[in-house]
Structure formats: structure tokens, C-alpha cells
Design a protein. Structure first.
Length: 573
């Protein structure tokens, strides 16, 4: 690692991968690793972008097949400006990976005197966004009294931060009407990073930058202008990986959008207002554990629709896992997509779209598996309408129950025992979370699966997983006065695409209920079937401000059936 200033001072400015496969150690040996022997690795994209974190590492094959590997992959945070690697040739047992997450160029801040400031965003806080300018007012150490004493309305506060970095100045700056905050640690060299909260835009700068701004202010009003896109508002994200076998070749990779996997990613909210989600991506290669591809969790302002690019997996390329969180508390739920290979081309993905319910796992594990007479299950507590499996949040609650021929069966160490002969298996799963300002829709579901199992039906069991296509917007809402046509289908483990349904029914109800048991006034929706596709139509008479609950029953020709009730599937506005 090379820091901002000599003497190991400041933040990490660059990371270099130094590797010499020809070294043989048979006794006391002195090895010299010099970052000056490395060359930069970067990605040049069709759209303007800047790196928001990296990963890098190597794996060495331990057997002739190169399938058994030992190595490491390291995540590199977004404050690192660049990554480098030493060139290596003719290393047959070597696999090298470098990755980056790249977003639209962030805001560049420039003083009125023409100085480009060396900035870092304040973690978890609001970044400068778009174009603007404001006068800079030095206020000292940034106490509440310092903010209150200065005329900061529409201006940027310049703060002398403590050596510990502090926790941002959101509340004091907002109370003073400040346009933003710039903070620097007195008498230091290089950059530093601090943590804050959303609200007033904030960034840290070097002490040299702070002195330059104060010098400008001493000769008249000092100003700072900015131009760029906050990470949370970036309309696209590149998730890029370079993999080489037998060599390490640093340099610039020219990347074209047409050669990438491309996802039209739509991020829905369950609240009336906007919110910030947090995005992570893991990258993996065969034989080595996955690693964070960017080293830093990136914010995303929702609702939002953006384009997400991925390096295609190919025959033995990277696997990708996307993880989303609605907040960064240790009690928050995490939504997953992967790990899986991605192919070149275009897809659409919906995050946090309601209605919520059980979904197939986005990784390889079937929901239920029979091995001899043992039945195991791996069913996520809930998933969104886009099929992303989620972990429980602190306030979530759920139950599960399995019945064989109508009799409840207790598990032993998480395993159920089934009879050898054919039996009817019923599995019930419920989930709910309390209503709040952040959670107005997608509050609960109750699902009951019924399927047959015997000694002849080993492996993945036939659980019909409902998939409802509600034409709602990014706020999980529908306009009042319009009929709502909802597509109905089901998927099962072990089969690509939807399965053929012999029967499909949908019921709907209105109201503010927050649990499945509280809904009683059900109405039957009009159903149509065309070329194996089922569609339900709800009338356009729903009053504005009303929540719509849904209950679906699906059955196929193999004896599998599912009934699912979904609370507050969407809102009519």
C-alpha cells in the first residue's frame, strides 16, 4: 500500500500486487518487493466513470488439474485512487483477478482561485451533487456554537476537524442553513475520512486545501464550485473484472457496453418518501472464495431506475453476487441475487417490489430436498416480487410447519423424516413485519404448499412458487381509476421458466390490515387464460389511498398446489 504522503502518512492512495513465481526459498532469503515495479490496472468504459472500489488477488494451482487452489483476494475501499500489478509471464499455475465498481464521475470541487480540492466523501452522509457554487466561511472547530455564530445560510462551512475525524456535522449545519460542509484536520498531510449522516452535503479535504481556501477568504469572499454526480444518484454502475491465467498483464482495459451483461435495475420503495439503499457486489472465481468486488458499500437513492453492467462469466469467468440493504444497522435485512454466472445481453430486475412472499433461492440450493427418507429445506424468510431472497430484519417475525398426511411433523436437527410410501406433504410458512413510515406495503404473507412425495421422488421437491406481475410503479403503487391486470405464473426448482398451471385463482381485498388473519372481505377477480398464461383483472373502482391485499391459489397437473395470502401487495394513489 502506498499512502498519500511519504512516511506512511494519509490515506491509502494505491495498492500494488507484487508477485514473483520464480523465487525458491531454501534458507534465509531477502526478498525485495518494490511498488515501482508495478503498472496501473484500469478500465476505460463507454460511459464516463470513476472507480468506487476494487479487489485484487491471485490463486495458485496445487495440483496438475489446477482445480485445487490456494491464494487470496483482497477488497480495496473506494478511497484508494488506483491499483497496480507487477507483470508476470509464464506462470502456468497462476490465476489473477482484479475487479472494480465504477460509477458516474463524482463531484469535483474547485475553489474560486482555480484550485481543485482533494476530497473524500463523508461515509453514510450526503455527497455534493449536480452543479453549484457557494461562498466558503471558515468557522473553526465546528462546535454547535461555531455553527450558530457564523452566517452560513446558503454557504459552505469550512471546519477544522478533530484528529479522530468526528461524526460529521449534519444537524448543526442544517440548523444553520448551510449549503454544505468541508472539513480538514489541522497540521496534517494527506486525506482522511469521517462518518456522518444524510442531509447537508459534506466532504473532507486536505489541510493544504483548507489553508488555500482560508487564504482566499482573507482577500475577499472565497467560493467553491462543484460539478458531478453523487454516487447514490449514478444512473449506471459498472461491475468489472479482469481474469488472467498463467500471467498478469497490467494496463488499460477498454470495455464496451455491448460486450457486457446489462441489467435494467429498478429499485422500489415501500414508503411515501425517498430513501437510501446500500449496494454491495461480490466477485468470485473457481477455487477461491468470493470477495467484495469494490471494497466499499455504495449508496443508492431510491426510488431509482439505473443500468448495471457486469463482466460476463464465460466458460470459467467470474461469478457475481449482488447484495442490497435498506440501512446499515446490524439488525437490517439483506437481499441477495446470486452467486451465479451472467451472460452477455440484457435483463430486467426488480428490487423491493411487492407483493412479498417466498421465492426460489437465487443460488443453487433447492427449497426442499429429499434424500432417502430425509427431507431438508432451505427457504428464505421472504423475498420480493423480483425473486430476491432476504434475511430477517430485527422486527420481522415468521413461523414454519410441516405436515405429513395432515399430521404435524417435528424436525430433528432441522431434518424431517418421511414415509417410504407416497404421502401428501403440506408446508406452511408465514412472515410479517410491523407497519411504519418506511414500510407501508409488503407487510406480511402466509403460504401453504401441498405436494406428493415418496421414495421414488428423490432430490428437489415440487414446491410451486407463485410469481405475480403487478404493474405497479417504483413506489409500489397503482393509479386510481384504472383496472389492474396481474399476470400469474409459478416456478419450481429444477425447471427453467414457468410451469404449466391447470388452475389459477386470485382474490383481492381492500383496507389497512397489517396481518393475514385480519383480512376477511375477499372478492374474486376475473380470470382469463391464453396460451397457458393466466391473468387476473381487478376493477378500477379502488378508492385513492387504499391498500390492496391479494390471495392466490395455483395448481399444476402433478398434484402440486399452493395458496398464498399477501398483505398490502400495492397501494392505489
Amino acid at each position: 500500500m502506498t499512502r498519500d504522503e511519504s512516511g506512511n502518512v494519509g490515506n491509502v492512495a494505491s495498492v500494488s500486487q507484487l508477485y514473483d513465481h520464480a523465487v525458491k526459498v531454501s534458507g534465509d532469503t531477502t526478498l525485495t518487493l518494490d511498488a515501482r515495479d508495478a503498472d496501473r490496472i484500469s478500465w476505460d468504459t463507454d460511459k464516463p466513470s470513476r472507480a468506487s472500489g476494487f479487489s485484487m488477488g491471485v490463486a495458485v494451482g496445487l495440483d496438475d488439474s489446477r482445480q485445487l487452489k490456494a491464494g487470496y483476494l483482497a477488497s480495496i475501499p473506494s478511497y484508494t485512487k488506483a491499483v497496480y500489478a507487477q507483470r508476470v509471464d509464464d506462470a502456468d499455475d497462476l490465476t489473477f483477478l482484479a475487479s472494480a465498481r465504477q460509477t458516474a464521475p463524482g463531484a469535483v470541487l474547485t475553489s474560486g482561485g482555480g484550485r481543485t480540492l482533494d476530497t473524500l466523501p463523508v461515509q453514510k452522509a450526503t455527497e455534493f451533487d449536480g452543479k453549484g457554487s457557494a461562498q466558503v466561511v471558515p468557522i473553526g472547530k465546528g462546535s454547535d456554537a461555531d455553527f450558530a455564530a457564523a452566517d452560513l445560510k446558503g454557504r459552505i462551512a469550512l471546519v477544522d476537524a478533530g484528529t479522530g475525524g468526528g461524526n460529521g456535522y449534519t444537524w448543526a449545519a442544517a440548523k444553520a442553513g448551510a449549503e454544505g460542509v468541508l472539513a480538514a484536520v489541522p497540521d496534517t498531510k494527506g486525506r482522511f475520512q469521517m462518518t456522518g449522516q444524510e442531509g447537508v452535503p459534506q466532504a473532507t479535504i486536505t489541510w493544504d486545501d483548507s489553508l488555500a481556501l482560508k487564504a482566499e477568504a482573507a482577500h475577499g469572499p472565497a467560493t467553491v464550485s462543484w460539478s458531478g454526480t453523487a454516487t447514490a444518484n449514478s444512473p449506471y454502475v459498472y461491475n468489472l473484472a479482469t481474469i488472467s491465467r498463467g500471467s498478469i498483464r497490467p494496463g488499460v482495459r477498454r470495455v464496451h457496453d455491448r460486450d457486457l451483461a446489462r441489467a435494467d435495475a429498478r429499485y422500489h420503495v415501500q414508503s411515501a418518501g425517498d430513501t437510501t439503499y446500500w449496494s454491495d457486489v461480490q466477485v468470485g472465481i473457481p477455487g477461491v472464495a468470493s470477495v467484495w468486488a469494490g471494497g466499499t458499500t455504495l449508496p443508492l437513492r431510491a426510488p431509482q431506475q439505473r443500468t448495471e453492467f457486469f463482466t460476463p462469466s464465460g466458460d470459467d469467468g467470474p461469478t457475481w453476487t449482488t447484495l442490497m440493504r435498506r440501512d446499515l444497522s446490524p439488525y437490517s435485512s439483506t437481499a441477495y441475487d446470486g452467486p451465479h454466472a451472467v451472460g452477455k445481453g440484457h435483463t430486467t430486475t426488480q428490487w423491493y417490489k411487492s407483493p412479498y412472499g417466498p421465492v426460489r433461492n437465487t443460488y443453487a440450493a433447492p427449497l426442499m430436498t429429499r434424500d432417502s427418507n430425509r427431507l431438508t429445506y432451505v427457504v428464505a424468510p421472504f423475498g420480493d416480487a423480483g425473486g430476491h431472497d432476504n434475511t430477517l430484519a430485527r422486527t420481522d417475525y415468521g413461523t414454519r410447519q410441516l405436515l405429513v398426511n395432515g399430521a404435524p411433523q417435528p424436525p430433528t436437527s432441522g431434518i424431517f423424516t418421511l414415509p417410504q410410501e407416497k404421502a401428501e406433504v403440506t408446508f406452511r410458512q408465514n412472515w410479517r413485519r410491523p407497519a411504519s413510515a418506511m414500510d407501508r406495503v409488503g407487510l406480511a404473507y402466509a403460504t401453504e404448499w401441498t405436494f406428493s412425495s415418496s421414495a421414488a421422488t428423490q432430490g428437489a421437491q415440487r414446491l410451486l412458487v407463485p410469481v405475480l406481475d403487478v404493474p405497479s410503479d417504483l413506489r409500489n403503487a397503482r393509479p386510481t381509476g384504472e383496472a389492474t391486470a396481474i399476470g400469474l405464473r409459478a416456478v419450481v426448482d429444477g425447471t427453467n421458466g414457468a410451469v404449466t398451471l391447470d388452475d389459477a385463482r386470485l382474490e383481492y381485498a381492500y383496507g389497512t390490515a397489517t396481518t393475514t388473519d385480519a383480512i376477511t372481505d375477499w372478492h374474486t377477480a376475473s380470470m382469463t387464460r391464453s396460451h397457458g398464461t393466466w391473468r387476473a383483472t381487478l376493477p378500477g373502482t379502488t378508492p385513492s389511498g387504499t391498500f390492496v391485499h391479494l390471495r392466490v391459489t395455483l395448481a399444476d397437473g402433478h398434484g402440486a398446489k399452493v395458496s398464498q395470502t399477501m398483505v398490502r401487495a400495492y397501494e392505489v394513489l
